[in-house]
Design a protein around this ligand. Structure first.
Ligand code: ZN
Length: 79
């Protein structure tokens, strides 16, 4: 299961997000303060499995004026 770790830029809260689908529209926001200004934290050696080189793009729903939408490009595990 691909698990990504994020850090809230507002309050510094660290949290993990589990992505069940390879391509999914998800809502990413801080569980503590609700901010959508997040930093992707690379903490796992192998966060993505079974994608076989397919590039997965995760786009958050939380696109608001004044703040850029977050798009995550997740490279596959490779061949
Ligand atoms: Zn926060």
């Amino acid at each position: 299961m691909p698990i990504f770790e994020f850090r809230c830029l507002q309050c510094g809260k660290l949290f993990e997000k589990l992505f069940l689908d390879q391509q999914a529209e998800i809502e990413l926001k801080c569980p503590r303060c609700g901010a959508d200004s997040l930093d992707r934290v690379i903490s796992r050696a192998n966060p993505v499995m079974g994608t076989k080189g397919k590039k997965t793009t995760l786009t958050t729903k939380s696109c608001s004026p004044g703040s850029s939408c977050m798009t995550l490009e997740v490279p596959g595990a490779g061949d």
